[in-house]
Design a protein around this ligand. Sequence first.
Ligand code: ACM
Ligand code: ZN
Length: 752
Amino acid sequence: MKRFLLLFSMIFSGLLFSQTQLNLIPYPQKVEFQKGEFIIPENFKLDQNLPINETEYLKKRLNFLKFNYSRKEENPDLTYLVFPPNDLKKLKKSERYNLTVSSDGITIQSASDQGYFLALQTLIQLFKQYKDSGKIPAMKIEDEPKFAWRGMHLDVCRHFFTVEEVKQYIDYLAMYKLNTFHWHLTDDQGWRIEIKKYPKLTQIGSKRKESMIGAYVDNTFDGKPYGPYFYTQEQIKEVVKYAAERHITVVPEIEMPGHALAALSAYPELACTKGPFESATKWGVFDDVFCPKEETFTFLQNVLDEVIKLFPSQYIHIGGDECPKTRWKECAHCQELIKKNNLKDEHGLQSYFIHRIEKYVNSKGRKIIGWDEILEGGLAPNAAVMSWTGIKGGTEAAKSGHFAVMTPGSYCYFDHYQGDPQTEPNAFGGFTPLEKVYSYNPIPSELNAEQSKYILGVQANLWTEYILDFKQVQYMIFPRLFALSEVGWGTSNPENYKEFENRVVEHFKILDKMNINYAKSIYNISGKVIPSKNGVSYELSTSQNPNGIKYAIDGSEPKSNSATYQNPIPVSQSMTIKSAYFENGVLKSAISSQDFKTSKTTGKSITLEHQPSENYSFGGAFTLVDGIIGNVKQLGKTWLGFQGKDVVATIDLGEKTQFSEVYFNTLDNKGSWIHFAKSATISISDDGKNFKTIKEIGKNEILKAKGKINLKVGNQSAKFIKIKIGNAGIIPAGNPGADSKAWLFVDEIGAQ
Ligand code: ACM
Ligand code: ZN
């Protein structure tokens, strides 16, 4: 019954929306349009009941209006914004507010300053939308969020952002009614918070020798020292105060027991082995972590003492993720501790670690929250879980009566690509476009109503390995923050995505005025290679008006008067297809560019003896004959990945065909367990059954060619080509992932 009512009210407000386009994000729970309109006065004033903080805020944000500050009774003829006192018993929930626009004025009601503040965000958006027309339609808004935790995270360790930038970030959260800022302050690549008792943390740990640049697989470094970069305790206080004025809670994260290299570079005695250690210069997960000895607990407790004094948040985030057990397995102290405490294994030790820290944090009147892995070996009694590897951690936590914040990577990691990687700046990987974020429901479907109460809310994370400056931060969060905002508010409706997108486009104008950089990926053209009669064709699509797609095949950039896309473009030879989206003659999207290298195999029928691994199976076997040479930025798109398996591909050329060269590429990135092929064998056949080997190469030839294989095979004529590309097998000792199965990546198999 309740469900039905909810549905009804959503349809109802949707109907109203179509009559009056209301560009609010997040969309309120309930909007009723009424007769009349409020004429925006040239001068209007604020009632004295509005808290100073909110008044100042409003003044700044509505700087296109002139404000007069005076008491109502002194100026009875001015139009007023009316803020009734906080005596509204029925608005008990602290974030609830009512906002009424009528011809007499605008009234805001809330039982709390926080509610006022949220109402002001709505009001500001209304003014932005209607200031040009000079009048706001009369309406009554009754509003409150569904989720108590509506968060954004920022990693300041991989790349550092100044106090001013952090404040801007907090402003963005406030504008869109998010209320939690998760500040990721310590990691392998840098320690960013001043701790008075341990000055070396920032003297040594806030620096690194150099940084990785470009795609991870390139394994390239810039050679430039980074840091010292950190926040003094005074700066931290300033940020916490700034956030509090915007009703945003700052949750600090101090990582333990893993992601600790920067701390260990300053205090190596806290590790299992002697060190010395250095802040990490590359991204990833590292074996050297905190050793659970008394000295370490004393250190962490002292650090937490200072952290707790600086941050009034109920929750302190203690990390807990990605802690390899390699060192603990070989450490006499760790093994002794496992025995002494009757722990099952090193996972039990991780649990022991977190439990002890939790006890300490609880003794200070605070609670811990940690990433999924704090579930390892048993969850600490009062701990909340931040569910990132999927929704399992959060689901499990809620089922056992623990609070959870949902931030699953595939919906909530804003370091992922939001458009075709070919048109996007370098990013972590993954693909999390706006629509995907918008489709997220933070309540896992297997939870019942009672368990669902433990889902505190939702958060998006911004890890900054590939985010070098603040403009890039803006680009990665906008417009996805809009989707998160509405998901957290509880008014998102994935079936109405298109309607949401219309509002997003209106909010782009606000971002433009504020000089905020944002991704225009929603306009970008998607390309898909499809087999066609004589090879392949390139199919273009957009979520916008399809007539807006313009393209060029001569290497030039498309213009508003270039060819309009109608049907898949035949790829008859090696060529570059560039496309873009235009609206009323104005370029809206990035230029998409796709290179094709055609050969005798392009678009031909291909079969694989072993299928690629699911995450790297993109277009299936066809990917190997689609005419696209692999790009390392697009591991999951232009390459196929095989873990522990050979590539055994048979290509049917359709008829006897002459060729004298066969080519393919294979990758090497040992840090990601990717190894060059160890061999390749080419054979041919006319009946697809009896094959004759025409070429064989081994590891040395592949190493010498750096994986870019182009084999002269003499003049051949055959209907079938079979190629076997040998996986490196088990990763040898001394390499990351030793004893595990190696990955083999292959992009395109061509013949000419
Ligand atoms: C995480 O992304 N390692 C929490
Ligand atoms: Zn140890």
